[in-house]
Design a protein around this ligand. Structure first.
Ligand SMILES: [Zn+2]
Length: 315
């Protein structure tokens, strides 16, 4: 089967080292198999991800020399390529889940959820304790009146273990009731949840392999459940280790040095890609490399599974 990979950055600022490594790995993994690459902008929360950030992200990826076959700028058959313009598709998927009786309104606030003694997942998220599960229509209407809040919508998660084999990290399993809980499909402000949107989009765009950071490994069982419930075919997954700063902390937008606005002034694109490929195990030294030249050296087996700490002075 023809391989289709994708870049799916969430543009809340300039592209940073973590996104760049993600784009590089997704590009290499797909191109090495002769596959296509789609670019999708994950701007569901358009207030946090204004349009100009998405446009900047496209320019950043182009500057790195990583191309795409379908997406913003060049268009293609499965557009639009901004999630903020695809809500009708998410709405249709939500209706299919509602028709199966699997969606219910939740009136809990974030503060209430954190105050409840719900177990916390490794990634710091709260496992929903099921407070609003099984409310009758009358009870739901009464809560809406009393709280004056629009409800969020949650998926009724079955008592089931989901197991899958990640293309890089190996076997991963999750017992849905305890490790995941009933998760959000749509927030109370009407914004669709990432979990639903990413499944709908990857399926609609014919994506066959998803390359992304290991911080999303734990959300994969939820997505696999949605693929099944929506009757869609799931892609292969490859989760790669997270980049840590020289202080051992996760890179984030707070690491100003890790953003392309700073990096781009100090390094060329091949210098940045070469250093990242070195850290990720498929460049023998930190010498500059183009994406194209790395095709012959890249192999998932060379990429470590543990988090990668960026040595002091490399960037
Ligand atoms: Zn609730």
């Amino acid at each position: 089967m023809a391989v289709t990979g994708r870049f799916a950055p969430s543009p809340s600022g300039r592209i940073h080292l973590g996104n760049i490594l993600c784009c590089l790995l997704a590009w290499l993994s797909a191109r090495q198999k002769g596959g296509r690459v789609i670019l999708r902008i994950e701007d569901l929360d358009i207030a946090r991800c204004p349009r100009r950030y998405g446009e900047q992200m496209c320019r950043d990826i182009q500057w790195l020399g990583l191309d795409w076959d379908e997406g913003p700028v060049i268009g293609g058959p499965s557009g639009p390529y901004e999630q903020s313009r695809r809500t009708a598709l998410y709405q249709a998927a939500l209706r299919r889940l509602e028709a199966q009786g699997l969606v219910y309104p939740c009136f809990c606030t974030r503060a209430e959820l954190h105050a409840a003694s719900a177990p916390h997942r490794e990634d710091g998220q709260v496992v929903y304790p099921g407070t609003c599960r099984g409310l009758t229509a009358e009870q739901a209407a009464e809560r809406a009146r009393r709280t004056g809040r629009a409800p969020a919508l949650r998926l009724w998660v079955p008592e089931e273990e989901i197991t899958f084999t990640d293309g890089h990290m190996g076997e991963y399993r999750e017992w849905l009731p305890a490790d995941c809980g009933d998760f959000l499909l749509r927030r109370s402000d009407g914004i669709f949840a990432y979990q639903l949107a990413v499944v709908v989009d990857d399926a609609a765009m014919g994506v066959t392999e998803v390359v992304r950071g290991a911080d999303l490994l734990a959300s994969t069982p939820r997505q696999l459940l949605l693929y099944r419930l929506l009757g869609l075919e799931a892609p292969a997954f490859y989760h790669f280790p997270l980049l840590l700063g020289s202080d051992g902390q996760r890179l984030s937008k707070r690491n100003a040095d890790a953003g392309l606005d700073t990096l781009g002034e100090r390094y060329t694109a091949p210098e940045i890609l070469g250093k990242l490929a070195y850290l990720a195990g498929f460049n023998p030294s930190a010498e500059p490399r183009s994406g194209e030249s790395l095709l012959e050296d890249f192999a998932w087996e060379k990429v470590p599974r543990a988090d990668i700490r960026i040595p002091e002075g490399l960037f």
